[in-house]
Every structure is written in structure tokens, then in C-alpha cells.
Design a protein around this ligand. Sequence first.
Ligand code: NI
Length: 177
Amino acid sequence: MIQDIVLYPDKRLETPCSAVEEFNTEDLHRLIDDMFETMYANGGLGLAAPQIGVMKRVTVIDISSGKDPSKKIILINPTITDMKGTQRGEEGCLCFPGFMEQVTRSMTVSVAATNSAGATYQMQGEGILARALQHEIDHLNGILFIRRMSSLKRELIRHKIRKMLRTGDWKAGGRSA
Ligand code: NI
């Protein structure tokens, strides 16, 4: 089922999530299905559980936007174990509809995670995938992409959102990750 996206400045988005301890449960499978559905419905490349108000360390990524099923990634309790190089590029977030900003990230990352059956695995990502992995794992730690920008950019975005909140123009439904 498509779930509502939690928008900034909801406090849950800056709260670290707790680890998943039970695997292969109906609840976990439903959560993952809902996350893919919600991500595709909003045109995102990744979605973290707190973005739909579930404070668990679960994230899904699909850099093909639903075009290639082999690109679907499910990460439970993920941690970044290594990062190399840097890349600078445009990044968005479904919790900040309409905002795209330059963000510096590592070029490649190694990640350790668990799948929905509870088996641990390692993966590597480069370029866009590395960017998505860093963005989504940040979400699970309560870190939003505005934290990865200069304080000037961050304040500008906060100011614009405060203004839209006052005028009632701050709503979900933009594109991005
Ligand atoms: Ni995001």
C-alpha cells in the first residue's frame, strides 16, 4: 500500500532508527512492499522507513526506478564499512519535495546489511548507487541531506520551507529520492 511521506521538519526524520531484530515476519515483508510501492509512486530512487513514519533500520533502493527488477535492493540494519573518493552532484529527498541541491558524497562505498530473511551480506556501490546508499543510510541515523550542505544552503532551504508552511504550500508529491 502506498504510504504518506513524512515531510521535513517532522522530528522523526532527525531521530535515529532502531535495529530490526525479527526477520521473515509478515510485518517486515509488508513494510518492504509498502516502501517499494511508495518509492515508485513518488518517483524516488530510494526510501528509508522513517520517511513513512516507521522508525526501523530498513531502506530500499532501485536506481532503475522500477525498470529493472534486478536493481531492487533491500537493506536491513545496514552500515557503511568503507568509503572511497568523492563525487559532487544533484541530490533530492522525498521529504523535501521540489528541492534539488549539490551534495558531496563518497564515490564508492561498501555496505554490510541483512536481507529480509535475516542473512547478512556485503555489497558495493559506485556513483549514483553509492550516493543513494549514503543518503538512505543517513536517514536511518537521523541525518538529512541538508546536513551535508553548507550552513548557508541549509538555512536558505529551511527559510523557504518555513515560508511555505505559513502559506500552506508545503505538501508531499514532488519528485526525488
Ligand atoms: Ni531522502
